[in-house]
Design a protein around this ligand. Structure first.
Ligand code: HEM
Length: 153
């Protein structure tokens, strides 16, 4: 055990886990939707009404849902570790955390891409964003299998 569990988080473990899963669902909803908006935006004429509407949708989705949900997922995830530090020694958690760091990297790339569209500077085709849309899906599947099945201790 790397360190002693923090009593408050150990005593309220299932409440914290419930809040963690609620934040995860919100984060994933946004991460699976934003690349889809980029698919339509890549085919929209620069300066068109559709392009300007998509800019508003992308900003609100990122600022109101995706960013706060990622923050809450990390916050409650860390609280779970503080309540159960033994997970830090387990193989499934190492694979999970690696996948979560990659997912956070994809988040960062989507946030950067939103600014590229905002400045009408996107040069990538819709196909690129269709493929990009698979990344959060694959990582989510890997993460959930790791944390529920725990194939390696
Ligand atoms: C952001 C950093 C994250 C940290 C530090 C973290 C940490 C944890 C910890 C310690 C648990 C409790 C495991 C247990 O007691 O069995 C947990 C549960 C869970 N996590 Fe995360 N997690 C993070 C992100 C995610 C993400 C991105 C997803 C999904 C895409 C996810 C899905 C889940 C699920 C579904 C559970 C409940 C598993 C169960 O009760 O069987 N977590 N997380």
């Amino acid at each position: 055990m790397p360190f002693q569990p923090v009593a408050f988080f150990a005593d309220h473990y299932n409440w914290v886990k419930a809040l963690h899963i609620i934040a995860v669902i919100s984060w994933m909803a946004g991460m699976l939707y934003l690349p889809r908006l980029f698919v339509y935006h890549a085919d929209a004429d620069k300066g068109s009404e559709l392009s300007e509407t998509l800019k508003i949708m992308e900003r609100k989705l990122l600022r109101v849902i995706i960013n706060p949900a990622m923050g809450a997922t990390w916050l409650f995830g860390i609280f779970l570790v503080l309540g159960n530090p033994a997970v830090l020694t387990q193989g499934w958690f190492h694979v999970k955390l690696t996948a979560v760091l990659l997912l956070s990297g994809v988040h960062g790339f989507l946030a950067k891409t939103r600014k590229v569209f905002l400045k009408d500077e996107n040069k990538r085709p819709a196909k690129f964003y269709r493929i990009l849309n698979e990344a959060p899906t694959v990582l989510m599947i890997l993460i959930v299998i790791m944390v529920v099945v725990k194939p390696w201790q």
